[in-house]
Design a protein around this ligand. Structure first.
Ligand SMILES: [Zn+2]
Length: 591
């Protein structure tokens, strides 16, 4: 599918953006970098003896460790190991080879029944870095397939045999959704370590650490009771290894525990995937440092901690970004997606605390909810630019911030949760310049991930906005009709627009109930009054039909349109937000 190349919406006379000199520095680099934003984790400290480390770890645990056993399952070994682990009340991650699972499927199922987690340890234990890429992929995929078919569970973790790895191998692992797990502590059980030596090694573990052991040495089985004792002494509990962070966490921990969001996301244990602009996540973290787990090479984010100036994360990639030097106490953390990515989901893997810190309770949802439905105006397209030509200042993405769009500003002023369900260039029946014919905004509205996945968003009962603000129609009318388009003239386009808009409203009314207030917005278009007359007619028709909760709001404002490609600037978004906020305040809402 072709991306709509140009989303410009020239609304005043002088339609063509005049090429202008480049800015010396990108306009988004203004946020002071205090506190420090660093990409490496804060230095590890001994596990805090006071606060529990995870959301609800239980009193006995001041932290979690990942016990791992490689090379199984095998007849004569695995059953004894599982029995010892069960007797000691321990859970562990078993890095199985594919060939052993194929030979011993019942033992693999026994691992799961005993409460263990299963990881991928290649098919037949080669030195992976000596293989070609396709051989590496075959080692991994065959093992994924046999473990999935035998146990019904698909591994998320991969441990390379001999801990032999490199960047190229890790790239192959990622194609299969696998996180590589090496080790913090090597028990050396593979090298004839005695049970006492293995227990001593386990005694070195601190919160989050992973220890390497094996399925087959008899000394390992003999060490299990001593491992349980040494962990108890250290108030450490056996944990599950997180596929997001690669660290041991409380079993049952999910990345979004302790995170509030109102956006359309696909929630997984390992985090959230999303494409719509402005999606935000809020958390509360105790301690001097906060980590943000992300996997996104496409989008930019706004990260705000307490009332400090926000920091912009530009296409962070797969990383945990740490902010340090926050001081003691509990900090409010907020991450918001600045950019649009209708074809490319981002992944947020949760907030994490530094040494001695903790992710504490989930911030409360707001009782007020507003849904914004619209195009580039609603998405905040190019709004942080001060030049209409953004080609020399980083392009549209570097100059867009949905978190400063009029919708985000309005919702924050009204203390409402919100969604920005916006896609630049899309219209009610016609896209900008007649682009991507046969589709329009409504094609994608129901989806969780826009063009990245056809799945419909399973709207939770908790999402029931009292106000829905619609800003569609600029793209339908702002460019001239071309021959070959479905509408012979503007009258035909106007009729189709009105019919589609009315139908869309009926659907939203059913979706959100009779009390929801709809605000249908429109600006003054430079070339036609068709949008204005259409919106006013649609509202009049609804009112005549007895629905007095559908309203028109004309943005009759002195906008400078100095954002990219003649879009509303940051100042314009503030004007739009003030007008909209004032209008919403006049509505008879009990929220
Ligand atoms: Zn091995």
């Amino acid at each position: 599918m072709q991306r709509i190349a140009t989303l410009a919406l020239a609304l005043t006379a002088g339609i063509v953006a005049v090429p202008l000199p480049a800015l010396a520095t990108p306009p988004t680099s203004t946020a002071p970098r205090s506190p420090a934003l660093v990409s490496t984790p804060p230095t590890s400290a001994p596990p805090a003896s006071t606060p529990p480390v995870s959301t609800a770890p239980g009193k006995a645990c001041s932290g979690y460790v990942g016990l791992t056993f490689d090379d199984g399952p095998a007849a004569g070994n695995t059953a004894a190991l599982l029995a010892a682990l069960k007797r000691a009340g321990l859970r562990a991650t078993m890095f199985n080879t594919g060939q052993n699972v194929e030979a011993n499927p019942e033992l693999a199922r026994a691992q799961l029944r005993a409460g263990m987690w299963i990881g991928n340890h290649s098919w037949d234990h080669p030195f992976m870095t000596q293989l070609t890429e396709s051989e590496q992929a075959a080692q991994i995929s065959r093992t994924q397939d046999v473990i999935t078919s035998v146990t019904g569970v698909t591994p998320e973790l991969f441990r390379p045999p001999y801990l032999d790895t490199n960047d190229a191998l890790r790239a192959v692992e990622r194609r299969f959704g696998l996180t590589e797990i090496n080790t913090d502590v090597d028990s050396r059980d593979w090298d004839n370590a005695t049970p006492e030596q293995i227990v001593t090694a386990a005694g070195q573990l601190t919160d989050g650490d992973v220890i390497l052991m094996h399925d087959w040495p008899p000394n390992t089985v003999a060490a299990i009771p001593g491992i349980a004792d040494v962990l108890r002494t250290g108030k450490l509990c056996p944990g599950k290894i997180s596929a997001v962070t690669g660290r041991a966490v409380a079993p049952g921990t999910r990345a979004l525990d302790g995170v509030h969001t109102a956006g359309r996301i696909e929630a997984r244990d390992t985090g959230a995937r999303y494409t719509w602009p402005g999606v935000y996540f809020e958390g509360r973290v105790r301690g001097d440092s906060v980590g943000v787990v992300l996997d996104d090479a496409v989008n930019d984010y706004e990260l705000r901690i307490d009332d400090r100036p926000p920091v912009t994360l530009v296409t962070p990639g797969r990383t945990t970004r740490w902010v340090t030097g926050l001081g003691a106490g509990v900090h409010d953390v907020r991450l918001a997606k600045r950019t649009e990515s209708p074809w490319s989901p981002g992944l947020f893997g949760g907030f994490v605390a530094g040494p001695g810190g903790a992710v504490v309770g989930k911030p409360a949802a707001r009782s007020r909810q507003i849904e914004f439905i619209g195009d580039s105006w609603t998405a905040g397209y190019g709004n942080t630019s001060t030049l209409r030509d953004c080609s020399t200042t980083g392009g549209v993405d570097r100059n867009s911030n949905a978190d400063q769009s009029f919708g985000a500003l309005t919702a924050r002023t009204l203390n409402a949760d919100y969604q920005l369900n916006a896609w630049s260039g899309r219209g009610m029946v016609r896209n900008y310049g007649g682009g991507d014919p046969g589709t329009d905004y409504r094609t994608w509205y129901e989806r969780t991930l826009q063009a990245a996945d056809p799945a419909v968003w399973p709207r939770p009962a908790s999402w029931s906005p009292q106000v829905i603000v619609i800003g569609l129609g600029i793209n339908d009318f702002s460019t001239p009709l071309a021959t070959g388009e479905p509408w012979p003239d503007e009258a035909a386009l106007t009729a189709a627009f009105q019919e589609a808009y009315a139908g869309f409203l009926r659907k939203l009314r059913l979706r959100y109930g009779p009390k929801a207030q709809f605000v249908l917005t429109y600006p003054t278009l430079w070339n036609t009054t068709a949008l204005a007359t259409s919106v006013e007619k649609i509202v009049a028709d609804r009112t005549a039909a007895g629905d007095n909760r559908v309203h028109a709001l004309h943005y009759d404002l002195p906008l400078d349109l100095l954002g990219c490609d003649w879009h509303p600037s940051a100042a314009d978004h503030r004007l739009l937000s003030t007008a909209l906020t004032d209008y919403v305040k006049t509505l008879p809402l009990r929220w």
